[in-house]
Design a protein around this ligand. Structure first.
Ligand code: FES
Length: 188
């Protein structure tokens, strides 16, 4: 018995596969004897369904400078000393980073790279070594950027990399008198 027959016996659907007359196939393959006229082409284009417009999509915008106010009883406090020496004591949540807090309160912290550790415009100086020691060590990326910071000190950090914790409650940070914005090759 041939292999085809064997298959056909086991798969009865194969036997009932409808045969198409040769004429139907040649009809489908038939090429139009003369090229379509310009009017026919225009008509066909007008009647053909329009291509679907592709929807524009983008990943969610990372919003900097937005922080939620802390619930009563859960506040941690950080004080920013601005370039004029004015103090701004702010109640924050654990986990808020200093860049977001500063921007949410209209303090002058540029954050040119949006908190991705690629500039030094969020440079802050922790005024008390005690708090500085409570922070996790800066990683290599942060250290590289800090090396470019204007007026680097022993207790300098990048604000976008410092998240508030219970241990940092009461911390005071100074905003340096100048920052260096390497992204815009600009000094401020
Ligand atoms: S905002 Fe650029 S490093 Fe912090």
């Amino acid at each position: 018995m041939s292999a085809f027959r064997l298959c056909a016996q086991r798969l009865p659907g194969l036997r009932s596969f409808p045969k198409q007359p040769a004429s139907a196939i040649t009809q489908k393959l038939a090429v139009s004897p003369s090229p379509p006229s310009r009017a026919q082409l225009l008509n066909a284009a007008r009647l053909s369904p329009r291509p679907q417009l592709r929807a524009f999509s983008a990943s969610a915008r990372v919003s900097h400078g937005h922080v939620d106010p802390p619930k009563p009883g859960e506040e941690l406090y950080v004080t920013f000393v601005d370039k004029e020496g004015e103090e701004h004591k702010i109640a924050v949540n654990a986990g808020d980073n200093l860049l977001d807090v500063a921007q949410a309160h209209d303090l002058e912290m540029e954050g040119a790279c949006g908190g991705s550790c690629a500039c030094s415009t969020c440079h802050v100086i922790v005024t008390d070594q005690k708090y500085y020691d409570q922070m996790p060590e800066p990683d290599d990326d942060e250290n590289d950027m800090l090396d470019l910071a204007f007026g680097l000190t022993e207790t300098s950090r990048l604000g976008c990399q410092v998240k508030m914790t219970k241990e940092l409650d009461g911390m005071v940070v100074k905003l340096p008198s100048m920052t260096r914005n390497l992204q815009a090759s600009d000094f401020k």
